[in-house]
Design a protein around this ligand. Structure first.
Ligand code: ADP
Ligand code: ASP
Ligand code: MG
Length: 436
């Protein structure tokens, strides 16, 4: 008998019928002899709808109250799911994040889990009940206020609880069959991957592939917890995310042997192509070319708690002794970053600021890049042949990212996907959800 943590995303519980379908699946898992802990997201687009509603009431809602509002979404789905399971004859009990022991810091809207004390969940398991936990929420250790973990954070609740309970696997149920070589809504010929490493999945998630929340992958890596991403709409095997693809944990090895028979799992050279439309670009124009200027610029942005991603500095013009510094940050932080820089204009001595929200980031990710020469050449040839202009470039050991015009993003992603031979024979299935 194993302990399985299952997380169901919003598209898997979007209406009464889907809630009953998911309940059936949970009860089947329990009846197969497993202990099951369930994490559930808000129904369908509830979180977005609540955000829209808040905006209509107040243009700048207080962060504490916004978190209180948003956590209501998961309370609805957890209670409904528990009711549906009870009707199937099993004992199900719903818990808020706070009741389940998800202790966070007090950063509303992006709280970090600092401790997990799942006493009540363990007690429910000991009594053969199925605990249903509201995803994406916790309680702040200091203020005791209710917090949320950031959009998509139910994945992180699931992995954190799975680690704390020493589960065998964390299953993430969503509206596609697994992790694909690109977002199937953006690149329809994306192919499903059987296995990815934490390292690759981290780069994919950080580069915009929202199929898994970035912090859930960080958490899984820290505890070496296997994640199985799969569809709640089919019974197909999904994608395993593990530490080492050549030395699979037993549960993943057994599941993959069922699929592949004697054929070993092939570790792809390229894990996938990710796109991110959520960033904006800021250019600081006419920065004096002397030591300490970049430090002053990025200190101002850091003090405003804005995360930055790519950075480019132009060669300074000999005649003026000045240069331009360009960087990207989330669109949501653009106004904050601009205000922080504006306030430092005299101290830093730059001439002006420019911003641009019409950009997209395209990334190619794969651990095989380390040992396969020519990946960059193929990548940039594909981008050029697609007639797409590259505005910025950044790389890590296993990733190449570029910034392009937002209008060119899909063309660029599809061209790169094709150039690396990733195109599948047919279109990937997207079962539900609005992709919002
Ligand atoms: P859930 O509501 O279940 O958490 P999400 O919308 O957060 O679902 O994540 C699933 C979606 O992630 C898919 O519908 C797909 O559009 C998107 N996605 C982005 N990149 C990928 C990828 N590489 N593989 C699979 N899905 C991806
Ligand atoms: N309901 C939250 C969101 O939409 C959390 C989640 O689904 O993971 O972001
Ligand atoms: Mg999600």
């Amino acid at each position: 008998m194993g302990l399985v943590v299952q997380k169901y995303g919003g598209s898997s519980v979007s209406d009464a019928e889907s809630i009953r379908r998911v309940a059936r699946r949970i009860v089947d898992t329990a009846q197969a002899g497993n202990q099951v802990v369930v994490i559930v997201s808000a129904m369908g687009d509830t979180t977005d709808d609540l955000l829209d509603l808040a905006e209509q009431v107040s243009p700048k809602p207080a962060a504490r109250e916004l978190d209180m509002l948003l956590t209501a979404g998961e309370r609805i789905s957890m209670a409904l799911l528990a009711m549906a399971i009870s009707d199937l004859g099993a004992d199900a009990r719903s818990y808020t994040g706070s009741q389940a022991g998800l202790i966070t810091d007090a950063a509303h809207g992006k709280a970090r889990i600092i401790d997990v004390t799942p006493g009540r969940i363990q007690a429910a398991l000991d009594e053969n009940a199925i605990p249903i936990v509201a995803g994406f929420q916790g309680v702040a250790q200091d203020t005791k206020d209710i917090t949320t973990l950031g959009r998509g954070g139910s994945d992180t609740t699931a992995v954190a609880l799975a680690a704390a309970l020493n589960a065998d696997v964390c299953e993430i149920y969503t509206d596609v069959d697994g992790v694909f070589s690109a977002d199937p809504r953006f690149v329809p010929l994306a192919r499903q991957q059987q296995v990815l490493t934490y390292e690759e999945m981290l780069e994919l998630a950080a580069s915009g592939a929202k199929v898994l929340h970035l912090r859930c992958v960080e958490y899984a890596r820290r505890f070496d917890l296997p994640i199985h991403v799969r569809s709640s709409f089919s019974t197909k095997p999904g994608t395993w995310v593990v530490g080492d693809a050549s030395n699979l944990p037993p549960i993943a090895a057994a599941a993959l042997a069922d699929v592949n028979g004697e054929t070993p799992v092939e570790q792809p050279i390229i894990a996938g192509v990710a796109h991110d439309m959520g960033d904006a670009k800021i250019t600081v124009i006419g920065v004096p070319d002397r030591p300490g200027e970049a430090a002053a610029i990025f200190q101002a942005v850091a003090d405003a708690e804005v995360n930055i991603d790519m950075i480019v500095q132009n060669v300074s013009a000999a005649t003026t002794g000045r240069t331009d510094v360009t960087f990207t940050c989330p669109k949501a932080s653009l106004a904050t970053a601009l205000a922080a820089l504006q306030a430092k204009q005299d101290a830093v001595g730059f001439e002006s600021l420019e911003s641009d929200e019409g950009i997209a980031k395209i990334s190619l990710i794969g651990a095989g890049m380390r040992s396969h020469p020519g990946v960059s050449a193929t990548f940039f040839r594909a981008i050029a042949d697609a007639g797409v202009n590259v505005e910025m470039i950044s790389t890590s050991e296993i990733r190449i990212s570029i910034v392009t015009r937002a209008d060119d993003a899909q063309k660029a992603a599809q061209a790169v996907h094709h150039a690396f031979g990733l195109d599948a024979d047919g279109e990937a299935v997207v079962y539900g959800g609005t992709g919002r």
